[in-house]
Ligand binder design. Structure first.
Ligand code: ADP
Ligand code: ZN
Length: 217
């Protein structure tokens, strides 16, 4: 059975890292709303231009366009076959309700919603040093996990860069936006009995093992 799951958590909690591990080992398709927006920005589409004005300020892109963009990807045959790992979506209760409705119509059941949780200080340390691959999305850290060759991705050799929204001001705003808009999404899925909370300040492999245990339970 294809895996269908959601990863929720504040910026920098490790959603991207876990999503890559889950893809590599369980074969589900990662759908990261942030990565999809950044691809739209790079391709200079109208959606990209609109999204950029919000992302640069640490604000949420409006629900309407975000929901449309993500549901379109959920409907692809690849995702139907492989299942999905949603990362960064849903980020508001409105988005969660739109997703619920879409899955209900398609008669698809969510397997699990994982809430990754860490202290705010850990987030600030992680984000202000984070480096991301411009091509494959691999994530590094200037101090804790530098790429083997400075400035280039271990996997695909493309340049690794600091994201524009990983600056102290925007990080603070993203944390505020998370608490206000996304924390209620966690409650939304807890009420559906789908939620598993995983403490995410530990080694990624330990976090991964907890997630897999959650899927099995
Ligand atoms: P992080 O989780 O580290 O904040 P993401 O890559 O998930 O980073 O998101 C970066 C930015 O993209 C967010 O700050 C927000 O502006 C926008 N974004 C991503 N997903 C959504 C969403 N589901 N709804 C609205 N805006 C979003
Ligand atoms: Zn890469």
């Amino acid at each position: 059975m294809p895996l269908r799951m959601i990863l929720v958590g504040p910026p920098g909690v490790g959603k991207g890292t876990q999503s890559s591990l889950l893809e590599a080992r369980l074969g589900a398709k990662p759908l990261s709303s942030g990565m999809i927006f950044r691809a739209e920005i790079d391709a200079q589409t109208d959606l990209g231009e609109l999204a950029k004005s919000y992302i640069d300020r640490g604000e949420l892109v409006p629900n309407g366009v975000t929901i449309q963009m993500m549901l379109k990807r959920l409907r692809t045959s690849e995702v139907q076959q492989k299942g999905f790992i949603l990362d960064g979506f849903p980020r508001t209760v409105r988005q969660a309700e739109a997703l619920d409705e879409e899955l209900r119509k398609a008669q698809i059941d969510l397997d699990i919603v994982v809430s990754l949780e860490v202290d705010d200080q850990v987030i600030v340390d992680r984000l202000s040093g984070r480096l991301g691959c411009t091509k494959c999305g691999a994530i590094y850290h200037r101090l804790n996990k530098p790429p083997k060759r400075e400035g280039f991705c271990d996997n695909c050799n493309s340049p690794v860069i600091v994201r524009e929204d990983d600056n102290p001001e925007t990080i603070k705003e993203r944390l505020r936006v998370f608490r206000e808009n996304t924390a209620p999404v966690v409650d939304h899925y807890a009420a559906q009995g789908k939620l598993v909370r995983v403490e995410s300040s530990r080694d990624p492999e330990v976090v991964y093992a907890d997630i897999v245990a959650g899927i099995g339970s």
